[in-house]
Design a protein around this ligand. Sequence first.
Ligand SMILES: [Zn+2]
Length: 247
Amino acid sequence: MRLTVIGCGDAFGSGGRANTCFWIETKQGTVALDFGATSLVALKRVGLDPNRIDAVILSHLHGDHFGGLPFLLLDAQFDSRRATPLTIIGPVGTSGRVAAAMEVFFPGSSGNKWRFPLTIMDLPCRTAHVFADLEIWSTEVVHPSGTPSTAVRIKADGRTLAYSGDTSWTEALVEVADGADLFISECYRMAGAPVAHLALDTIEANRARLNASRIMLTHMSAEVLAHLPAIEARGYLVAHDGLVLDL
Ligand SMILES: [Zn+2]
């Protein structure tokens, strides 16, 4: 399993980083984990073809995590001229919210007759789903987004990637990280209890219970980005746009 960080920024472009999107290649294909508002631009900036994405897996339905889908779909329809199937898998409510986003940004577009097979799947929490060679599993976290926000586990090629999504601290993170080769955790502040997000001191306090081989921090505010050398010295991987990791 090869991970390329397409975007690891917060919602507000801190540090010039793109909205969340992780590009994951396995033996049988490619998935994007989250697809934020700037993700299509970020993909094209690094020369990756959006038509290579077999599935988009969504942690939750905030614009910086799924808001790029209207652009991805219309690019596939009119510019990239996609012919291969695309599957979008997200929390229950995803199909309705994607259609709503399409209508807000490009009125009438949700009724397009797509030139490629498009499947949008509402995946209930704690329900394992197999897509190609991937096993996908999610669990609800604490982050209001209109539908369940989730942390996600993806297994393929004998490797497990776990991702917190956006959340304040919840025991669900211990479960989702357990045994993972890589746990990608959001880290929005250095300390305290940011609303609906995690702080580094909370991750530190629970680090011994996060049974993952490596922890990579993402979704960092300007405050956190100002402390990167000290954070790396504590043994965390720190995401940056363009980072490639083999799991
Ligand atoms: Zn969010």
